[in-house]
Design a protein. Structure first.
Ligand code: CUK
Ligand code: CUA
Length: 641
């Protein structure tokens, strides 16, 4: 850590002092040399729209946050893997099933890599996918409603990190395990890891009409750690590339054990070939429990189904489908350029940046120029697949994106900078510091066949003095750069929420043309909806009391409820009768140990309440919905059991 900071400070001191005059009160002196027209480039006037959306992973918040570029304004947090009291996601009866897993209800995860669906290698803006690392899951979020519509658990996996990346027609979303584990899980000595643990790489098919996910097959790879992955595109469409580390298969990653090998591997997988094998009945069904959770827009409810088996394929079953490309040293990112020719392996501990050639790889495979194998998987020779390398570009390379103009941009964690370099000549064109210790970076469309260029933003791991102090815990920080010129230009700092490992960004018009504003009441098929005051009722079913309730400016119906007893379980099924855009009502009742509900127009949401004390208890609307919002209230009477 000391070294990181030293390097950072050194870089920062090279910068010319900040000269703007509107800077009173700022004392860190590390704003860099900003041109005078920078403010114009990020200014979005009141009432105007940003030109791009950025969808940031929330890291340990488990969610996705939505930002505008270039302003850096946050528009929304979309709950995905975490309960979210703001709108009751994961608390309401309708949304709780989204967080079911084979381990039970798991209302938190660590989300790293969002990726937008593609058609012909271009962002189509239909869905965004993101991984849950900790309890392995993949989620699909609709970019029409910005709601999480589906979560599938990934069995035989642990630390679902090489995810969620998408093939160029969204045929598959891929989920790769970080940790190898016994498959199937069993009680065994940890020291017997080597040769016995497996790394599952899962190919999850996506139905092109509705986006529904299904685990088509899992490849049970050798017991390495699998880090990041990217699909081939264009000429390499049909292949997927995964970085690996700990190819020593050490059961403890203390420095003495792992990172001994001079080179780890990028695993190149011809998924089309394995798909064909599977389509012809290849592979084996093995027992595996995993949850598949789907949200239905008509009923406004999620359901969770437990699946019982999954198809697995061993590499030896499909000869010629998997190869290992030696890559120095502990590669982290694995990024494929827009043409599909170059595969960049960012070796965290390597002095140079290694770029492999897809064409050379195919050539070496054809000539069978192998250098031994690992568990029967042929290893290609480093020199035979190397396209070139960027010599000593910086320290600690992590991730690379592309601008579609033949340039690549790589983040360097240790030297805390973004370096722009040229594909093919491997020369460094520019470098700019980031504040501080950058992880991923994003260019809109930067991992597709058609990047949109213009902006790049860096997502940094350390914030330190970039903002007003808020105590020991800071939010993370992003930096926006203009990349339309020869040199990158720093435009803006903005705080992010959670840990934004990666982000996907897209021109706003692609999203706006699909955007939905309202749920139609007439289409509401919730089994306990109430479509008018006449439908409202209180129904007792044993100890369960179902209250069919409506809200409309500015009252609840019913608003005086009697007949509830201590020990009952009360379900408030609240339907919002409004049909105007952006008129939600809320619902909260005293002592509920869940959350509130936020009910959008046309929607039904259910809050559960288990009253413990007799009395007459108030409930109210939590969203300031009209001049009579404060009158939007009611009472529920609780009598002795
Ligand atoms: S990882 Cu976070 S900086 Cu999960 Cu993509 Cu590289
Ligand atoms: Cu409804 Cu406030």
């Amino acid at each position: 850590m000391k070294n990181i900071l030293k390097t950072t400070v050194a870089l920062v001191t090279i910068l010319v002092a900040f000269t703007s005059c509107n800077n009173s009160g700022k004392s860190n002196g590390q704003s860099g040399a900003l041109a005078s027209n920078v403010a114009e480039k990020v200014y979005v006037a009141p009432g105007e729209y940003d030109s791009h959306y950025a969808f940031m992973s929330g890291g340990y918040s488990g969610n996705i946050t939505v930002y505008g570029l270039p302003s850096g304004r946050m528009f929304k947090e979309i709950p995905v893997f975490s309960q979210f009291p703001t709108n009751g996601y994961g608390y309401s009866e309708e949304t709780k099933p989204m967080l079911e897993t084979s381990y039970g209800f798991v209302p938190w995860d660590d989300s790293h890599h969002p990726d937008i669906s593609q058609t012909n290698g271009e962002l189509d803006g239909r869905w965004i996918f993101i991984n849950g690392n900790n309890t392995p899951r993949i989620a699909r979020i609709s970019l029409t409603t910005f709601e999480t519509e589906e979560i599938i658990e990934v069995p035989n996996s642990a630390g679902n990190h090489s995810s969620s990346f998408i093939t160029e027609n969204t045929e598959y979303v891929v989920a790769g395990t970080r940790f190898s584990v016994p498959v199937p899980q069993k009680d065994m000595p940890i020291k017997d890891y080597k040769g016995n643990f497996k790394g599952a790489l899962s190919f999850i098919s996506v139905d092109p009409e509705h986006g529904h996910m299904d685990i088509k097959f899992q490849i049970l790879m050798p017991g390495f750690n699998y880090d990041l992955s990217h699909p081939g595109r264009g000429k390499s469409h049909g292949w997927f590339f995964f970085t690996t580390y700990n190819t020593e298969e050490a059961n403890s990653l203390l420095e003495v054990n792992a990172s001994q090998n001079d080179k780890d591997f990028i695993a190149a997988i011809n998924w089309k070939k394995i798909e064909e094998y599977v389509n012809n009945g290849g592979g084996t069904m093995m027992p595996a429990n995993y949850a598949h959770n789907l949200y239905d827009e008509a009923t406004h409810m999620a359901t969770s189904t437990m699946k019982k088996e999954v198809r697995v394929v061993n590499p030896a079953e499909v000869p010629g489908a998997i190869y290992l490309l030696p890559t120095p040293k502990s590669p982290h990112g694995c990024d494929v350029d827009p043409t599909g020719e170059y595969i960049v392996g960012n070796g965290k501990l390597s002095a140079n940046l290694t770029v492999h050639s897809f064409t050379k790889m195919l050539d070496a495979i054809e000539k069978k120029k192998f250098d031994g194998d690992a568990y029967g998987i042929p290893i290609l020779k480093f020199e035979d697949v190397l396209a070139g390398s960027v010599e000593q570009p910086g320290l600690g390379p992590l991730h690379t994106e592309f601008d579609g103009e033949g340039n690549a941009y790589t983040t360097f964690f240790i030297s805390s900078e973004v370096v722009k370099w040229k594909l093919g000549t491997w020369e460094v064109l520019d470098r700019k510091p980031t504040y501080y210790s950058v992880g991923h970076l994003t260019i809109p469309g930067g991992n597709s066949r058609k990047p949109f260029g213009k902006y790049m933003f860096a997502m940094n791991k350390i914030t330190k003095d970039r903002y007003l102090p808020v105590g020991p815990e800071m939010e993370h920080s992003a930096q926006l750069y203009d990349i339309s010129g020869d040199k990158m230009e720093l435009l803006l700092d903005f705080p992010t929420h959670g840990e934004p490992h990666y982000a996907a960004a897209i021109p706003a018009e692609i999203i706006m043309k699909n955007s939905r504003k309202i749920y139609r009441l007439a289409e509401n098929e919730h089994p306990r909806k109430a479509l008018s005051d006449a439908d409202t009722k209180v129904v007792r079913e044993g100890k369960n009391v179902h209250i069919y309730m409506t809200t409309i400016r500015s009252h609840f119906s019913p608003d005086n409820i009697e007949g509830v007893k201590v020990g009952d379980k009360v379900f408030f099924h609240v339907t919002n009768l409004e049909q105007d855009f952006d008129v939600p009502h809320g619902f909260a009742v005293i002592g509920a140990n869940t959350a509130e509900l936020l009910v959008m127009p046309g929607q039904t949401r259910t809050l559960t309440w288990e009253p413990k004390q007799v009395g007459v208890w108030p409930f109210y609307c939590t969203d300031f919905c009209s001049a009579l919002h404060q009158e939007m209230q009611g009472y529920v009477r609780v009598s002795p059991a």
